[in-house]
Design a protein around this ligand. Structure first.
Ligand SMILES: [Zn+2]
Length: 126
């Protein structure tokens, strides 16, 4: 992911992302992640306000097999549901532009792309 976008995402979840030093996925998922991190950060703040010891923390955010993998510890059910929803949404969101996409196999690599970007990706591989 673009370093600037990555910085914005990490800054949008200072509690949630306190142990993260990077996000490994395409720029197209930026809006999806911004939305998710914002919601999870709010849950984190509520936990903090209640003085909960095991505060939720993101462990790893990356792309795997064409879909988002968002690993988080100490997530209450509400947060786990949001993560699952975002991971599901990533499988129909082009990871380059954020447009409608689907998971495709490019010479064995699974990646979620829209029609325009699958063509671009194929040209790059030639
Ligand atoms: Zn695209």
């Amino acid at each position: 992911m673009d370093a600037k976008l990555e910085k914005i995402l990490l800054a949008s979840g200072p509690n949630l992302c306190r142990n993260l030093d990077g996000i490994e996925c395409g720029d197209g998922w930026f809006p999806l992640l911004l939305d998710l991190i914002g919601k999870l950060e709010a849950i984190c703040s509520q936990q903090e306000a209640r003085g909960k010891e095991n505060q939720m923390v993101a462990r790893q955010i990356k792309e795997k097999l064409g879909g988002l993998r968002f690993y988080v510890s100490n997530a209450p059910q509400e947060a786990a549901d949001l993560v699952q929803e975002a991971e599901q949404r990533s499988t129909t969101t082009c990871d380059r532009c954020g447009g409608p996409g689907r998971i495709r196999s490019l010479e064995g690599w699974l990646t979620c792309l829209c029609d325009a970007h699958v063509e671009e990706a194929e040209r790059e591989r030639r």
